[in-house]
Design a protein around this ligand. Structure first.
Ligand code: NAP
Ligand code: MG
Length: 488
């Protein structure tokens, strides 16, 4: 195989003109309250926290911090609303959910800009992925609302009751949609808590929900930090907890609910293996590697953060990958040219930098393209590590940032063993032109989703979830309904 010489590595002598998305049409309030029982209400203890823009550190808005007294109020509203909402026909419930989906579409640009401002992800991603997929989830589950008898033939389906839903900061609106849409379609009522660093699109969604005319109390959105989440988890009148977040908090929740009859689904961390065979289309694979690890700054539970390349093509793939990394644009999330935006928080940046340090201390060989990072805000250049092995911490632990650990392999059995040698089991990617190899690997890889010749593709109709320390339960597709129903 030809090795690409370093001289050929693409170093653009010209740049792109800036193409910033306009923020003129965006309405963000100076202060947001809690959305309880169809109204925006002040928190009992008058406490607020700030949501900032990770790209420049500026405060965007003040947001109410819910105490356990506010959680009580939200659960009470959801319990009261449950009686009527669960008795409504599926067809009627579906109408409200369709309306929410359409309103998200109508306000898509506003949602996209706020998502990028509050969380740091490139506008290209929030505009083309997060927001359309969020609307898609509401459309999809609206369609199921009056067809539950077909989803579960010969069973009498009942809603579970009041669901407490806690979501992370990496896909704020999309995670809210994943949680709310199936719960509503099956007749449950909800108390949802977005993450502390990215509450704004969930609060915008509360406005959309109010506008949709959804009966009061069916959806309650309360903001706050970990303590607010814990108060939801521990509330005695909640019937089901749906949590997406870190494995550490997931374990705490599992312990807290042990011995209760509350239902639980956990969508936790991951350390996805992305496997490139020598017969793969190399250029497409390189794009796939970039998409797998640098999409959303690597803040992706199913990121392909462990790359396995077959030895015979390793030099070529790594050279091409370095070349491609040199053309990635890191910077202003609102610029439509940007490939990699801001790291979500100073805390997350510290974690990522610590892992980069650990990688170096453990003998890894680092590569980062030369790029000028903005002075203000939280930034990390796309990073890869060579010369690492299975026992390295950057290979074993979830970094949740744009850091890729690369290993090589010779045989199919070797790569299966290496790929499965992780406490996680969420995702994997396989790149080969041979269909039989793909089918063999999908059986052998211990991962909830295995992508073939692509990576990080999501669809409302398709179930998503993990094994082992990546959690249990599925979201999306028909499987996603199951978490929100019980049978008579
Ligand atoms: P996190 O710290 O576990 O937080 C997730 C949510 O739980 C946030 O709303 C957080 O509130 C809240 N929380 C924190 N402590 C809590 C407690 N003691 N009780 C109840 N709730 C509590 O995770 P994160 O750092 O936001 O998100 C990153 C993690 O999520 C990664 O590990 C990633 O892999 C995982 N993730 C998994 C999936 C999946 O589908 N499997 C999808 C996306 C992300 P605060 O924000 O206020 O701390
Ligand atoms: Mg923020």
């Amino acid at each position: 195989m030809n090795k690409i010489s370093d001289k050929n590595i693409f170093k653009p002598s010209w740049g792109y003109d800036k193409a910033p998305e306009s923020t003129d049409h965006i309405q963000i309030k100076d202060q947001y309250e809690l959305f309880i029982n169809g109204d925006f209400v002040k928190p009992e203890n008058q406490s607020y926290f700030k949501s900032t823009n990770p790209a420049d550190g500026q405060v965007i808005s003040r947001v109410a911090e819910a105490s356990s007294a506010d959680v009580d109020k939200a659960v009470e509203a959801a319990r009261k609303a449950f009686k009527k909402w669960s008795a409504l026909s599926g067809k009627e419930r579906g109408k409200y959910i369709f309306r929410i989906a359409r309103l998200i579409q109508e306000r898509a640009r506003e949602f996209a800009v706020i998502e990028s401002l509050d969380g740091g992800k490139p506008i290209r991603e929030s505009r083309d992925i997060d927001i359309p997929l969020a609307a898609n989830h509401f459309f999809y589950y609206a369609g199921w609302a009056d067809k539950l008898a077909y989803a579960f033939p010969n069973r009498k389906v009942l809603p579970v009751g009041v669901a407490g839903q806690i979501i992370p900061w990496n896909f704020p609106l999309l995670m809210a949609a994943w949680k709310l849409a199936p719960a509503l379609a099956t007749g449950n009522t909800v108390v949802l808590k977005p993450a502390e660093t990215t509450p704004l699109t969930a609060l915008k969604l509360a406005e959309v929900i109010k506008e949709s005319g959804l009966p009061n109390g069916v959806v309650n959105i309360i903001t706050g930090a970990g303590d607010t989440g814990a108060a939801i988890v521990e509330h005695p009148d909640i019937d089901k907890i749906a949590f997406t977040g870190s494995t550490t908090v997931g374990k705490y929740i599992q312990k807290a609910l042990a011995g209760t009859d509350k239902k639980l689904t956990l969508e936790l961390g991951g350390k996805g293996a992305n496997i490139i065979f020598e017969d793969a289309a190399i250029d497409q694979s390189v794009e796939g590697i970039v998409n797998a690890i640098f999409f959303n700054q690597g803040h992706v539970c199913c990121a392909g953060s462990r790359l396995f390349v077959q030895e015979s093509v390793a030099d070529l793939v790594i050279d091409k990958l370095k070349q491609r990394m040199n053309s990635l644009m890191v910077g202003d999330p609102l610029d439509k040219n940007t490939d990699i935006g801001a790291i979500n928080s100073a805390k997350q940046l510290k974690t990522i930098n610590e892992y980069i340090k650990i990688g170096l201390q453990e003998g890894g060989e680092i590569y980062q393209p030369k790029c000028t990072l903005p002075k203000k805000g939280n930034w990390c250049a796309p990073t890869l590590f060579l010369n690492v092995s299975q026992s390295h911490r950057i290979v074993q632990e979830e970094i949740f940032g744009p850091v890729l650990a690369i290993q090589t392999f010779r045989t199919i059995d070797e790569v299966i063993e290496k790929a499965n040698n992780t406490p996680f089991g969420l995702s994997a990617g396989v790149w080969t032109e041979k269909g039989s190899k793909i089918f063999y690997l999908t059986q052998k890889l211990n991962a909830g989703v295995v992508w073939a010749n692509t990576y990080n593709k999501f669809d409302a109709t398709s179930p998503f979830g993990g094994y082992k320390e990546s959690g249990f339960g599925r979201e999306g597709g028909l499987h996603g309904l199951k978490a929100y129903v019980k049978f008579d």
